[in-house]
Design a protein around this ligand. Structure first.
Ligand SMILES: *Cc1c(COP(=O)(O)O)cnc(C)c1O
Length: 399
C-alpha cells in the first residue's frame, strides 16, 4: 500500500508527458557573449518579462545575474514581485506603464523601479508617494518616444518632462530611455533617425543643466547591430535566450538556444494505406505507415497551424508530423524509426543528436517571429532547469 506521502504528485510528474527544458548554462553563455560586445561602462539588463520569454523568470534572472547582467526588466508589476519573492534583490525596471494608486504603492513596497511615460503620470506618482505612511523617494525612468509610437513622451518635449520630474518630491531621476522600432533591420535608416532624435532630446535636457545618470536605447537588435546605441545600458531579451533578432546578425555572436521542448510517445501503431489521421483527416496515408502518438498539443503551445508542416526529432532522426495537431496530442510518421517504444522522448524544439529544430523554423513556417513562439508555451508544460548538455533521452523509461 502506498502511504499518502508516497502517492504520485505533480512534482514527481515533471517528465511524464511533455515539458520545457531550460539550459541555464546556455543563458550564462549568452550573457557572456553579449557582455563581450559591451564596453565597461555599459550595463546589461536581462529582460525577463513574460516569464522570461517562456523560460521561467526566476531561473533565468538568477543565471543572468550570476553571469554578468546587473539589471532585470519586466513588463508588469506581478512579474517584478515574482522576482522579489524569489529573493532577487537586483534593480528591476518595470517597462510597462502604471497609474493607479495600488500599482504605485506596490512598486514602492517591492522596491521596483517604474517607467514614467507622461508628465501626468509623474504628477500622480508624486501625489500617491506623498500619501504613503513613510513617504520614500522612488527611482524613476523616463520614457521618450523617438519613433516607436508606443509608450513615452514625444522626444521634442523631453526637457519639460525631465524638469517637472526634477521638481517633484519623492521622485529621483534614474534614467532616460527610448525604444527602437527597426533595430534588427539591415537597413538602419530609421534606427539612426531614432538615435539622432534621442540624442537631440538628451542635448535639450543637458541644456537645462540636467544630466541624467543613465541613458539606454538598445534592445537585442540594437545591441547586436550598433555599439553607438549602447550608451550606459542595453536591454536584452531575445539574444539572452540564444536567438538572433535577424539572420544577418548571426555572425556577430555565438549564441546558444536555451529552450528545448520535449514530449513522450504514448502509443505506436501501424495503419494501412488509405487511413486518415486526426481531426478532419487532413492527412491520409498513401501506404502502410507507422504512427507515434505524442503527448503534446496546441494547449501546450504547439501551434495548430503547424499541422502537417512541422517535424520532430526521434532518436536523433527527423520525422514528419502528420494530421491536425490536437489539443493535447499530435501524431508523427515514424515509419523510418525501428522498434520505437511507448515512453520514448521526442524533441519538438531543440537538439537531439546532430539534429536541431529552432524556434526560428516554426516562426518562418507560421509567418511570425521567434519572440512569439517562445512566449507561446503554456504553463501546463513544467519548466525544468538543466545545467549542461541535455541527458540522453533515448534511454527507455519503464512504464
Ligand atoms: C521587450 C523589450 C526589450 C527586449 O527586446 P528584445 O528584442 O527581446 O531584446 C527591450 N526594451 C523594451 C522596452 C522592451 O519592451
Amino acid at each position: 500500500m502506498l502511504s499518502w506521502e508516497q502517492s504520485p504528485s505533480i512534482a514527481l510528474m515533471q517528465r511524464e508527458r511533455a515539458w520545457v527544458e531550460v539550459d541555464v548554462s546556455a543563458i550564462a553563455h549568452n550573457v557572456r557573449q553579449i557582455r563581450s560586445l559591451l564596453s565597461e561602462k555599459t550595463a546589461l539588463m536581462a529582460v525577463v518579462k513574460a516569464d522570461a520569454y517562456g523560460h521561467g523568470a526566476t531561473t533565468v534572472a538568477q543565471a543572468a545575474l550570476q553571469a554578468g547582467a546587473t539589471w532585470l526588466g519586466v513588463a508588469t508589476i506581478p512579474e517584478g514581485i515574482e522576482l522579489r519573492e524569489a529573493g532577487i534583490d537586483a534593480p528591476v525596471l518595470v517597462l510597462g506603464a502604471n497609474h493607479t494608486p495600488e500599482q504605485i504603492r506596490a512598486i514602492a513596497h517591492w522596491h521596483l523601479q517604474p517607467t514614467l511615460c507622461t508628465p501626468r503620470q509623474a504628477l500622480i506618482f508624486a501625489e500617491v508617494l506623498a500619501d504613503l505612511p513613510q513617504p520614500c523617494s522612488l527611482a524613476v525612468h523616463l520614457k521618450l518616444d523617438t519613433g516607436m509610437s508606443r509608450l513615452g513622451t514625444a522626444w521634442q518635449e523631453a526637457a519639460a518632462f525631465v524638469q517637472l520630474v526634477q521638481r517633484l518630491p519623492h521622485l529621483t531621476l534614474a534614467s532616460v530611455y527610448s525604444h527602437l522600432a527597426t533595430a534588427e533591420d539591415p537597413d538602419q535608416t530609421i534606427a539612426k533617425q531614432q538615435q539622432q532624435q534621442f540624442e537631440a532630446a538628451i542635448a535639450q535636457i543637458n541644456a537645462c543643466g540636467i544630466k541624467p545618470p543613465c541613458l539606454h536605447l538598445a534592445n537585442s537588435g540594437g545591441t547586436l547591430s550598433d555599439t553607438a546605441v549602447h550608451y550606459n545600458m542595453v536591454r536584452v531579451g531575445l539574444a539572452l535566450y540564444g536567438l538572433y533578432p535577424a539572420d544577418h546578425l548571426r555572425t556577430v555572436l555565438d549564441l546558444k538556444p536555451a529552450l528545448q521542448v520535449r514530449a513522450r510517445v504514448t502509443q505506436v501503431k501501424t495503419i494501412p494505406p488509405g487511413t486518415g489521421i486526426s481531426y478532419g483527416h487532413r492527412f491520409v496515408a498513401d501506404r502502410e505507415l507507422k504512427i507515434a502518438v505524442v503527448a503534446i498539443g496546441y494547449a501546450d503551445g504547439v501551434p495548430r497551424n503547424l499541422s502537417n508542416k512541422m517535424e520532430a526529432i526521434v532518436r536523433g532522426q527527423r520525422v514528419p508530423q502528420v494530421g491536425a495537431v490536437t489539443m493535447d496530442q499530435l501524431m508523427l510518421n515514424v515509419s523510418a524509426v525501428s522498434n520505437l517504444r511507448e515512453g520514448e522522448v521526442v524533441t519538438l524544439l531543440g537538439q537531439d543528436g546532430n539534429e536541431a529544430i529552432a524556434a526560428d523554423d516554426w516562426a518562418t513556417t507560421l509567418g511570425t517571429i521567434s519572440w512569439e513562439i517562445l512566449c507561446g508555451f503554456k504553463h501546463r508544460l513544467p519548466r525544468i532547469a538543466i545545467d549542461q548538455a541535455p541527458p540522453n533521452f533515448r534511454s527507455k523509461k519503464s512504464w
